[in-house]
Design a protein around this ligand. Structure first.
Ligand SMILES: [Cu+2]
Length: 489
């Protein structure tokens, strides 16, 4: 049954979509929702072996067309890795594509040599073996290519997957946790396609400057899928795996949902909302109630992103033109079995980080040159320096608590990511700290002219030779130099 308002809304949506997608009964999308294969490795007690293959393949994203894609143990995107806090993870990554690549364990606290960043490249045909212990709580982390200057294109083609950590505390909460049934990875990406189905990447200076934003949304590598919900209470592990687009996610009927997790794991308390902002690389876990008979559509609401393009009218309109309302996926709850779980008032207790104990404050100033100025090099920088793999920018003491003050000296927002830590946001020069930003984070979106202070404690991994990275997670910005290196000693 459609209400009048909903009917009108659906009508508008229908008009905007190709005819073949329009089906009866309020269903807009017809592609079947795909759950990435779960891979728990080979376990011997606490030791877990993962055997990964970076591979090229073809995926049928549009009927009758084969799109060349990259993936990990599958043709497009990576299988979902899953392990427990306390596990000793051993990973073998074989590179079966014809380009040098890496796999970085995003959000993981680990030794620098195991990080999988630009210092651990895997040549074509070669295998990288690494290991680390999982020392952090339950969380939805992810993994992706971090190849120097080529991260953006490789992630765009599919080198990204989810890495779920479980622990006893989270398991005891009785949250929906049946993978693929009521506990679902939702990897959101936007892409553009050529008429033959192949991925279209950069098409000019604008894409390099703003980062690649596509006009078509995919979830877990499927264009606009429909999820047939089996249960009425769903835990969605949202990951913005896009190159550059910040999503403002809501449902077409504006229903409320609860945010229960951030980048670094569960929040202390569920946060009720009907809109969530997710910048590139950010994750959020939400609990969503779908009563039978409804078909809500997850959408991106355009025009919310902050920029300070002031007098630059043309730039501004070009920027605005890249952000359109986007339909992401639909949930068909007609056969959802009713499940109820009393939402816990308290989820977990966070180990607090005492900012007054911080041994130092580091300033990180994000800068970019605009338009034709880009051609003169060093277009993207942090503290006036473009990434140089031979230069160590910061030296941090193992175990120390530090405040990093990230300020955005440019006209567009940048999601700032730090390897090897989970931080807390302690202050913003403008705007509030709410929703998933109350939790542990490894990425924070910094708006133009904004200054954000985060506090973190660095783990006890010492290595004065192998750096970790901090960078903008708009992948084209990272590739063009908005990245720096730190060692922990
Ligand atoms: Cu950036």
């Amino acid at each position: 049954m459609l209400s009048r308002r909903r009917f009108i809304q659906s009508g508008l949506l229908l008009a905007a979509l190709p005819k073949q997608w329009v089906l009866a009964g309020g269903q807009i999308f017809r592609n079947t929702f795909k759950v990435p294969a779960l891979y728990v490795g080979e376990r011997k007690g606490k030791v877990v072996m993962f055997d990964l293959n970076i591979q090229a393949g073809k995926s049928e994203l549009f009927a009758g067309l084969k799109t060349p894609t990259l993936g990990i143990n599958q043709n497009f995107l990576g299988v979902t890795l899953r392990a427990n806090k306390g596990d000793k993870v051993r990973i073998r990554v074989k590179n079966n594509i014809d380009k040098t690549s890496t796999l970085h364990w995003h959000g993981m606290k680990l030794p620098a040599k195991a990080d999988g960043g630009p210092h651990q490249p895997i040549s074509p045909g070669k295998t990288w073996r690494t290991e680390f212990d999982i020392i952090q709580p339950a969380a939805s982390l992810w993994y992706h290519s971090h190849q120097l200057h080529e991260t953006a294109e490789q992630v765009y083609q599919g080198l990204a997957g989810m890495f779920i950590i479980d622990d006893e505390q989270a398991n005891a909460l009785n949250l929906p946790s049946e993978y693929g049934v009521d506990d679902l990875p939702i990897i959101i990406q936007d892409k553009d396609f050529n008429a033959n189905g192949s991925l279209r990447y950069l098409s000019g200076m604008m894409d390099r400057m703003m980062g690649k934003k596509g006009g078509t949304a995919l979830v877990n590598g499927v264009v606009n899928p429909i999820l047939k919900a089996q249960k009425s209470l769903l835990r969605l592990r949202l990951l913005n795996g896009s190159n550059a687009k910040t999503y403002f996610l809501h449902f077409d009927d504006n229903r409320t949902f609860h945010i229960i997790g951030s980048d670094g794991g569960l929040l202390e308390k569920p946060q009720q909302t009907n809109l969530i902002r997710l910048a590139p690389a950010e994750r959020a876990e939400i609990l969503l109630n779908v009563a039978s008979g409804i078909m809500p559509i997850l959408q991106h609401k355009a025009g919310q992103e902050q920029s300070s393009m002031g007098g630059m009218g043309m730039m501004r309109s070009m920027m605005g033109a890249t952000d359109k309302n986007l339909n992401i996926m639909q949930i068909d709850a007609s056969n959802a079995q009713k499940t109820t779980v009393a939402l816990p008032k308290q989820l977990v207790k966070h180990k607090s980080i005492d900012a007054s104990k911080a041994s130092r404050t580091r300033a990180m100033k994000l800068q970019m040159k605009m338009g034709p100025m880009m051609m003169f090099g060093d277009a993207f920088s942090i503290n006036g320096k473009s990434m140089n793999i031979k230069r160590i920018d910061e030296v941090v003491s193992a175990g120390s608590t530090e405040i990093w003050e990230i300020s955005n000296d440019s006209v567009m927002a940048h999601p700032f990511h730090i390897h090897n830590v989970q931080f807390k946001i302690i202050s913003k020069s403008s705007g509030s700290i709410d929703g998933h930003e109350l939790g542990f984070k490894d990425v924070v979106l910094v708006n133009p002219r904004q200054r954000i202070r985060v506090v973190m404690q660095f783990p006890q991994f010492r290595d004065d030779k192998t750096p970790y990275m901090y960078h903008c997670h708009i992948l084209e910005h990272e590739d063009q130099g908005m990245m720096g290196q730190f060692v922990v000693v």
